[in-house]
Design a binder for this molecule. Structure first.
Ligand code: ADP
Ligand code: UVW
Ligand code: MG
Length: 403
C-alpha cells in the first residue's frame, strides 16, 4: 500500500443487486455511491453518483446479465470520473460477506483458503454467499495486487451466549454439521448500536438496545453493553421476522408436511420459503410503500400481510425486552425501519406499560439523520438510526490494511 492510498471501495453484493461506495478514509468522504439492481433481468439498472450528496447522478438501463457484468459496469463508471479501480489511491476493496460460519469473527484479508471457506458456506446462505463470491473473484481479477477484505454479517453475533446460539436439537448432530444460530446483518446492528449510543449521549457499554433492521431481509437483535446477546436470524437468514419474500419463523414440520403431503422436493420448498413467502407470499408485493398504499385503499390481503408483519415484530420486541431485562432504546433501521412511519407506530402501539411510546409528530418527520421518535419524557427511547453498512465495511477494511 502506497502512503497516499487512503481510498476503499466497498462492494455489497446481494442476490440480484450490487451496492457500492468509494470512500476516502482520511475523512470518510464519499467519492462515489451506486447501485446495480435487477441483475439478470431485462430491465437492469445502474445508478451512479460521483459524490455522497446525489449531484451528477448517471443512470444506465438495459440487461446486465450477471454479477460479473455488473462489476465491470461499476468499474467503467468509476473510471469515467477518473476514480478507476486501477487507481494507486485505492488501499483495499472491502466486501460484505453474509455467512462467515464458525471460522470468521473479524474482518479478514481474503486469500484462496478464505475464499474456499466462504464457498463451503454457500448451502447456509444460498441467496447471498454466491453473489459475494462473484464480487470477490471479479474484484481480485481486476486488482490482484490489492488487499481484498471480507467483512462478515455473522461477526457481530459471535458474542451470543450458547443458550441463545444453540437449537434444542441433538447435540452430536448439531455439532457434526455446525448447526447453530449465527445471525446476520451484524455489520448494520453493530454500526446502528454505536450511532444510537451517540444519539442518546451515552457510552455503548451502559446501554441495552433492541435493534430492528427492517429491509428486504429483516432481523432483530438484543444488544447489551455493545455486545449482541440474541438475534432473530439463525443458521441461515430465513429465521425470525416476516421479510419481503422470506417466511421467517415457521413450525419446521411445515417442511415435512410439504414433502409428504404436497409432494414438493427440497429445492421447491427452499424456493417457497425464501423467495415466495413473507410479504410477497401473503399479498403479492414485497415493497412496504406499495403495501401501505394498498392498506390505505382498503385492500384486505395487504392489510393482513401488514398485520402479520407487525405481530411478529411485536413478539420479538417483547422477547428481547425479557431477554435484556431493562431496555434503554428500541432502534429502527434499514429501508422499512427508516422510512415507514406506520410500521414504527404499529410495532410500538400498545407497549406503553413497557415504557414504549411513539410521538406521532416526531414519527412523521422524514430525515436521513439519527433521531428520537419517542416523547421527551419517555422511559424507553424509540429511535430511528439510518444504517450505513458500506461505511462500516470501509472503516473495518481500512483499519485492517492500515494497521
Ligand atoms: N419510503 C418508504 N416507505 C416504506 N418502505 C420503504 C420506503 N423506502 C424503502 N422502503 C422499503 O425498504 C425496502 C428495502 O430496504 P433496504 O434496507 O434497502 O433493503 P435491502 O438492503 O435488503 O435491499 C424496500 O423493499 C421497501 O419495502
Ligand atoms: C442477510 C440478509 O438477509 O441480507 P439482505 O437483507 O441484504 O438480504
Ligand atoms: Mg440490506
Amino acid at each position: 500500500m502506497t502512503s497516499q492510498a487512503t481510498r476503499v471501495l466497498v462492494l455489497n453484493s446481494g442476490s440480484s443487486s450490487v451496492k457500492y461506495q468509494l470512500l476516502d478514509m482520511r475523512d470518510g468522504t464519499r467519492l462515489a455511491v451506486g447501485l446495480v439492481e435487477r441483475i439478470g433481468e431485462s430491465a437492469s439498472r445502474l445508478v451512479h453518483t460521483p459524490s455522497g450528496d446525489g449531484a451528477g447522478r448517471r443512470e444506465r438501463t438495459g440487461r446486465i446479465a450477471d454479477h460479473e457484468r455488473a462489476l465491470e459496469a461499476v468499474a467503467e463508471e468509476l473510471a469515467l470520473d477518473g476514480m478507476g479501480i486501477d487507481s494507486p489511491e485505492l488501499a483495499a476493496i472491502g466486501h460484505r460477506v453474509v455467512h462467515g460460519g464458525l471460522e470468521f469473527s473479524a474482518p479478514t484479508v481474503i486469500d484462496d483458503a478464505v475464499l474456499a471457506e466462504i464457498e463451503r458456506l454457500v448451502p447456509v446462505a444460498p441467496l447471498h454467499n454466491p453473489a459475494n463470491i462473484t464480487g470477490i473473484r471479479t474484484a481480485r481479477a481486476l486488482r490482484p495486487d490489492l488487499p481484498q477484505v471480507a467483512v462478515f454479517d455473522t461477526a457481530f453475533h459471535t458474542t451470543m451466549p450458547e443458550h441463545a446460539a444453540r437449537y434444542a436439537i441433538d447435540v452430536a448432530t448439531a455439532d457434526a454439521h455446525r448447526i447453530r444460530r449465527y445471525g446476520f446483518h451484524g455489520t448494520s446492528h453493530a454500526y446502528v448500536s454505536r450511532r444510537a449510543a451517540e444519539l442518546l449521549g451515552r457510552a455503548p457499554e451502559e446501554l441495552n438496545l433492541i435493534v430492528l433492521h427492517l429491509g428486504n431481509g429483516a432481523s432483530a437483535s438484543a444488544v447489551a453493553g455493545g455486545r449482541c446477546v440474541d438475534t432473530s436470524m439463525g443458521l441461515t437468514p430465513l429465521e425470525g421476522l416476516v421479510m419481503g419474500t422470506r417466511s421467517g419463523d415457521i413450525d419446521p414440520a411445515v417442511v415435512f408436511h410439504l414433502e409428504r403431503v404436497a409432494g414438493m422436493d427440497t429445492d421447491e420448498i427452499d424456493e417457497l420459503l425464501n423467495k415466495k413467502s413473507g410479504l410477497t407470499g401473503l399479498c403479492g408485493d414485497n415493497d412496504m410503500r406499495e403495501i401501505r398504499r394498498r392498506v390505505d385503499a382498503g385492500d384486505a390481503a395487504a392489510t393482513l400481510a401488514f398485520d402479520i408483519y407487525i405481530h411478529r415484530l411485536k413478539k420479538y420486541i417483547g422477547a428481547y425486552y425479557a431477554v435484556l431485562g431493562r431496555v434503554d432504546a428500541v432502534v429502527f433501521t434499514a429501508g422499512v425501519g427508516e422510512n415507514a412511519a406506520p410500521v414504527r407506530e404499529a410495532a410500538i402501539a400498545g407497549l406503553g406499560e413497557l415504557g414504549l411510546v411513539v410521538d406521532a409528530e416526531l414519527n412523521a418527520v422524514r430525515s436521513g439523520e439519527p433521531r428520537l421518535v419517542s416523547p421527551e419524557n419517555a422511559r424507553v427511547a424509540v429511535a430511528v438510526v439510518p444504517t450505513d453498512e458500506e461505511m462500516e465495511i470501509a472503516r473495518q477494511t481500512f483499519a485492517l490494511v492500515d494497521a
